[in-house]
Design a protein around this ligand. Sequence first.
Ligand SMILES: O=C(O)C1=C[C@@H](OP(=O)(O)O)[C@@H](O)[C@H](O)C1
Ligand SMILES: C=C(OP(=O)(O)O)C(=O)O
Length: 425
Amino acid sequence: MQNNKAAQLKGTMKVPGDKSISHRAVMLGSIAQGKTTVSGLLTGDDCLNTIDCFRKLGVDIHRDGEFVEINGKGIDGLQEPSDILDVGNSGTTIRLLLGILSTLPFHTNVIGDESIAKRPMGRVTIPLKEMGAKIDGRDNGKFTPLSIRGGGLKGIDYVSPVASAQVKSAVLLAGLNAEGTTSVTEPESSRDHTERMLQAFGVEVVVDGLKKSIQGNQELTGTSINVPGDISSAAFFLVAGAIIPNSEIKIKNVGINPTRTGILDVLKLMGADISIHNINDQSVEPIADITIKTSNLRGVEISGDIIPRLIDEIPILALAATQAEGVTVIKDAAELKVKETNRIDTVVDELKKMGANIEATEDGMKIYGKSKLHGADVSSHGDHRIGMMLAIASCLASGETNIKNSKAITISYPGFFEQLEKLMQ
Ligand SMILES: O=C(O)C1=C[C@@H](OP(=O)(O)O)[C@@H](O)[C@H](O)C1
Ligand SMILES: C=C(OP(=O)(O)O)C(=O)O
């Protein structure tokens, strides 16, 4: 993909459905009893892989664009698949799926792409094995391909070493069909979409600070889910609006769940001209419209318990920091190393090629502001968020930027380039 400098970005837009919520809607609908309808589903590759895995498990799922109907027969309605389940590039799919498969008394093989093969699965397979699931795979079940035979689980009181919604969700989903109570305690709060959505399906989740508990043998009842716009996708246009001259962008219907809004807090702290309006917190997930205008940003420190609230937004925040006055320091973000790519390395290496003054640290990065970016030959390394960050960087850079493997962007944002082009007109 080739991109050139943009004079301005102006307009009103929507972003596709939230990826985390879309995965969960398909999964919970598949294990619920009765009909679930989902509107506004993200049709990115990751969520399509989730649908494909549950179809292979025998679930009746009809999709018409962003609308999905699932005819659930309860968790016991899932059947041993005759084919390997392939999650593609999606960490959320494999980790949450492992939680569900752990409860089912049959055999499944699960694989993903070469990025998934490098990502740690021990963080979910260790507690799931402790609950009684039989899981094997490379390095004693810590990496794909994985083979799993579930059933006969016992609840656990699990203290997770990482603030990860995928770990929390996998254990809680396994707990749905385990004997007794299952609890997960996290070091910091991670996104709580699973807890919220389980409640919408009629399951009781007990929240005691950082400890979340669930009783075994609870049945889910099908429901209607309306997926809000993905704040992680909106983040690319929020930063674009702030750093590209003469811009003003309004993004409608964005999910503003407080466990996801670290990006808004940091942009405000950096001095961005951002406003949040039309807040509607009447349903399971709160939504709002967000407007951003070209801003004079300043460098900040981003560390501590805000990190899980903006973990996927760090690549685009790093780009914002290259245009801020002063230095930005990102700490406590070692989790970036185990995403689709090592996002500390890919952000630093690719932005350096475009002239940014940025260095990697042990658990984050340091960015010196007000760099003049120039076009270069860069690569997404197959990581959708790196691809989108580079596309926004190219709108600011002088000359031409060639982004290798920009196709990866469809993992979370089909139609990204079309949207960007519309705002340039
Ligand atoms: O649960 C989810 O939907 C997600 C949780 C986060 O990962 P971790 O659970 O590994 O922190 C996030 O980075 C990922 O994009 C989606
Ligand atoms: C880390 C991400 O997703 P996943 O873990 O589902 O692959 C992401 O979307 O940035």
